[in-house]
Design a protein around this ligand. Structure first.
Ligand code: SF4
Length: 976
């Protein structure tokens, strides 16, 4: 919806006061600072980070003048962060690509020539058609943090390659997968703390500003109510700096700390047994028969229904029945004479052991045992003595009516600091189990699901790409990414060889639910497990800050086959809006638009923007015409699909199915009958979720400020996993299958199925080399173990941990060079504690070498309080390569900025003749934060610059690289 300036002048704030815009006249640079710097205001969705806030964009003469938050938007409610307002400079970045290009010099040289779109699309179609007709596996199609994965994944299915994923494998798949296998949700897009009612909040491993505005708003609410906030993080910056208590834990040891909290809650018998009986598999019986093929599996009846022992009836009964009075401890003798024990008994045995005592945690985490005991006590007191009761009647899945909603007001949130370790999956499960033991999932004051969550536990969908499922010129018969529950679901051949180029869903990483993008270039360049022909990527800076081991990644991108002289990855197609470090390493460049120049769809089929009380989705729409020869990637992908004649992308007569590009697809594509990318205003405009395509749908979104929110009635606000009214509605709109099971899986039987295979049971077993690893890590109850790198390198030589985070003003800002934001941070430093600095003999701005088993980096240090003494850290992705991002060669980002990526190996050291990826053994999540380092003061050098040195990248089109970017100067009328 366009708003005229006149409309705006009379628009009132919620508080009733007139809003005023920036005031003043022209400043010294000729920038218009007047009250109404716009002739129209467009409402759309921010893309400066992953939060997807609503924004009002002020435009004058079709130039972007000002961005503010949309007060009506469900995500940010008017709040705008520094990144969001700096979107102007992203849009006018000098690094924007200007036209399609084809490489004319060697890879990495940056020598390109501009070509027409027709030539670019013909070239891409030729390459892709040949691969599809030969062996579709030879296309690897991977995208970064784009927000159109429901489209890109669907396109890859129609193309027929199994090699598709987005960035989740190198971001936070541990958090997502652990949650989905445990309680059908997770944090971030899946759910959030009950900001309105929580009284105690624990924040684990959340960097600086992850989930920016929503968390800031939430923390503000907590602080206003006086709720206690505890931060568990090696670094006390960002959100952690406003915590009431900071637990400066050692990286990678959070699982030991959470295990000790569970130990204390069990020891003091402060857990919610009623909640466990009602909503979890705590009463389910587990077969105790070591050596048998069903050892550790649930006792089930002939229909496969899990059983519990009813104490009143004195017999086995279906565990999920409404009135079961289950035995939770001890053992039960089965009819065949074997023993079985309830899951809760196994939990008690595991976590009451000395291994999870606060003293053991202290030895690993550095957190005093007394602190752990006190925090456990505080949590228990709030959970059990300060319950929150809402007078809202609701009905459970058994049809029982409850007059009130009663909750335990302890909430938690965790993210990548927990997730990006090789023990991350189990640590995430431990955090989820801690919440469940307290009875705080989807209750007032606890964690709250956001629709369409909760999902079935785990979701029923299986990965596709087994032998026989990938055929020339055919689509895949199913989706790429799913949730294996047994070895038969893996994408391997009879010999156990991985079928995907990233080795996801193989014995290397059986539950790799987001793929393993961090391994694609390394594996493809080694031809392991097979060579590919074309690497097609979107919005992923894989030759720089998104890859482990940058020098080796560059080698992988440029290595040639000595016999043929051809690159080992023969063709690389890349789409990006900016001249990032990745562009010079591609052969064909498809330039994307900025987020203000295109359609986008933030779909409930993908990663929606829902709130706990409302199912929401949103759009972006073009509010500025591109002034360059660029096209939106999503429309280009649809065009390529039509040229390739992919099923679903062409009509019967061979013409494009979506001639109107992405907007056409958003409105008219149906994933299932009546279900499309946008859930709002379907059918004749009054249907939500399911309904025929509505040609007026996008207009309705634009008129509503770019989003749709379907508000849930209060009776559906909590207990969504067991709330009949909510679950029936969720099934009616396609969010879940009607028979989906929602019982929380404290004990994860699928993991035991893999462990049994490793112990020699079942038709699909791991090759000998993988057996011990699978048997060890596929434990159905979570456990803490040392991150791998620390067990494989000499920790006497590399005594410190090194981790990274993005600065608050650049968090998740993947198009990461911005003229305004770089004025806040143009150079990163290595942060150390003051005591560590003293021990090393270094002071602020001294140069040091930081070394890992892989290599070393030279950089400057800063000393600080508020960092774990064994931890060094820095801002990620500040360091840039000379020549990229439109920066001058002497920009501080290039001369003094640095990346720790050069120190992080994509492979673990060799063991038993094999090198596993540097990842979690269950999900394949990249273990960025396992890095072990040593730090030494550097000798003075003639030129004080960071190292290693990378040759400057050439600018392919002679683009000016202005030393100073004057915002608005270009808008001025030229002088007479
Ligand atoms: S950058 Fe992120 S948090 Fe900031 S306004 Fe944009 S979407 Fe919201």
């Amino acid at each position: 919806m366009s708003i005229t300036v006149q409309d705006r002048a009379t628009e009132k704030t919620r508080g009733g006061a007139l809003r005023s815009g920036p005031t003043g006249g022209m400043d010294a640079h000729g920038v218009d600072l007047s009250a109404n710097p716009a002739d129209r205001i467009e409402k759309t969705t921010c893309y400066m980070c992953a939060c997807r806030c609503g924004i009002n964009v002020y435009l004058k003469d079709d130039k972007v003048r000002y961005i503010e938050g949309n007060r009506d938007h469900p995500v940010n409610k008017g709040v705008l962060c520094g990144k969001g307002s700096a979107g102007i400079m992203q849009h006018y970045s000098p690094a924007r690509l200007k036209a399609p290009m084809i490489r004319v010099g060697p890879r990495g040289s940056g020598e390109f020539k501009e070509i027409s779109w027709e030539e670019a699309l013909k070239t891409a179609t030729g390459w892709l058609a040949k691969v599809r007709a030969d062996d579709p596996r030879k296309l690897a199609f991977f995208t970064g943090r784009d927000q159109s994965q429901s489209l890109t994944g669907w396109w890859a299915i129609k193309y027929g390659t199994p090699n598709y994923a987005a960035h989740g494998g190198f971001c936070s798949v541990n958090m997502a997968a652990a949650g989905l296998y445990t309680f059908g949700g997770s944090f971030w897009e899946f759910g959030e703390p009950d900001w309105e009612h929580a009284k105690y909040f624990v924040l684990f491993g959340v960097a600086e500003d992850h989930a920016s505005n929503p968390i800031k708003i939430g923390l503000g609410k907590l602080k206003a109510r006086g709720a206690k906030m505890v931060s568990v993080n090696p670094i006390r910056t960002g959100y952690n700096a406003i915590a009431d208590e900071w637990v400066g834990i050692r990286p990678g040891t959070d699982g030991a700390f959470v295990g000790a909290l569970i130990h204390e809650l069990l020891r003091t018998q402060r857990i919610d047994l009623d909640y466990l009986v009602r909503y979890t598999n705590a009463p389910w019986l587990v077969i105790e028969s070591p050596g048998a093929a069903d050892h550790g599996m649930f006792v089930r009846d002939e229909k496969g229904i899990a059983l519990a022992f009813d104490k009143l009836l004195g017999k086995l009964v279906p565990a999920e029945g409404p009135d079961v009075v289950p035995q939770l401890s001890g053992a039960v003798t089965l009819q065949d004479g074997r023993n079985a024990v309830p899951v809760f008994q196994k939990i008690a045995e595991r976590y009451l052991g000395d291994e999870y005592s606060p003293e053991r945690a202290e030895a690993e985490c550095g957190v005093p045992a007394e602190t752990t005991r006190r925090i456990a006590d505080e949590i228990a007191k709030v959970a059990f003595e300060q319950t929150v009761t809402l007078d809202i009647p609701w009905t459970d899945i058994h049809g029982r009516r409850h007059e009130k909603m009663v909750g335990r007001p302890v909430a938690m949130h965790a993210m990548r600091g927990i997730s990006a370790h090789s023990n991350g999956f189990h640590t995430c499960r431990l955090i989820h189990i801690l919440q469940i033991l307290l009875g705080s999932i989807d209750v007032p004051g606890g964690f709250r699901y956001k629709p369409p969550y909760p999902k079935e536990i785990p979701p029923r969908i299986k990965p596709t790409g087994k032998p026989g499922q990938v055929n020339a010129n055919e689509p895949l018969p199913g989706p790429h990414l799913g949730f294996p529950t047994a070895p038969g679901d893996l994408l391997i051949d009879a010999a156990g060889t991985p079928q995907r180029i990233d080795k996801a869903y193989s014995w290397d990483a059986p539950l790799a639910a987001h793929g393993m993008m961090h391994m694609v270039i390394a594996n493809a360049s080694r031809g392991d497990p097979y060579p590919i022909d074309t690497l097609f990527m979107y919005m992923a800076n894989m030759s720089w800050n998104s890859s482990m081991n940058v020098p080796d990644t560059l080698r992988g991108l440029t290595d040639k086959n000595p016999e043929t002289g051809e690159y080992k990855i023969p063709r690389i197609i890349y789409s990006d809006a900016f001249y990032s470090e990745m562009v010079p390493y591609a052969d064909l460049i498809l330039p994307d638009t900025t987020y203000l120049e295109r359609w986008d769809c933030i779909s409930i089929l993908d990663r929606p923007i829902s709130e706990p009380d409302a199912a929401c989705d949103s759009i972006r729409h073009p509010i500025v015409e591109p002034d360059r020869d660029v096209r939106p990637f999503q429309s280009v992908l649809l065009d390529l699909g039509a040229r390739l004649k992919l099923p679903g992308l062409v009509k019967e007569d061979g013409s494009p199915q979506f001639p109107g590009g992405y907007a056409d697809y958003i409105v008219n594509h149906e994933r299932a009958p009546g279900i499309g990318p946008l859930a709002g205003w379907r059918g004749n405009g009054d249907s939500f979720g399911k309904g025929a395509p509505n040609p007026d749908q996008l207009n309705r979104y634009i008129a509503n400020g770019g989003f749709h929110a379907h508000h849930l009635p209060p009776s559906q606000h909590y207990f969504k996993h067991a709330n009949k009214e909510y679950l029936d509605w969720a099934a009616s709109v396609g969010f879940r299958a009607a028979d989906a099971k929602m019982t929380f899986q404290l004990y994860c039987e699928p993991l035991q199925a893999f462990r049994l295979a490793a112990q020699g049971h079942g038709p699909v077993q791991p090759p000998e080399m993988h057996r011990q690893r699978i048997a060890t890590y596929f434990d159905p109850l979570p456990f803490w173990y040392q991150p791998f790198e620390g067990t494989m390198v000499d920790t006497a030589e590399f005594p410190m941990h090194a981790i990274t985070q993005r600065p608050m003003h650049m968090y998740h800002s993947w198009g990461s060079q911005n003229a305004w934001l770089r004025q806040i941070t143009g150079q990163n430093r290595l942060y150390l504690s003051r005591t560590r600095g003293k021990a090393l003999g270094v002071a602020d701005d001294d140069w040091v070498w930081i070394s890992s088993h892989l290599g070393r980096v030279r950089c400057q240090v800063r000393l600080m309080d508020g960092v774990n003494d064994l931890t060094a850290w820095t801002w990620n992705a500040i360091g840039k390569r000379r020549g990229a991002w439109g920066l001058s060669d002497d920009a501080p980002e290039a001369t003094r900025g640095f990346l720790l990526n050069h120190l992080i190996s994509e492979l673990l050291p060799e063991k038993g003749g094999y090198r596993y990826s540097n990842s979690d053994p269950i999900t394949g999540q990249a273990a960025w934060y396992d890095l072990r380092v040593k730090i030494e003061k550097a000798a003075p050098e003639a030129v004080e610059e960071s190292a290693p040195y990378f040759e400057p990248l050439a600018d392919p089109v002679g683009r000016p690289r202005p030393a100073v970017l004057n915002y608005g100067a270009a808008f001025k009328e030229p002088a007479e």
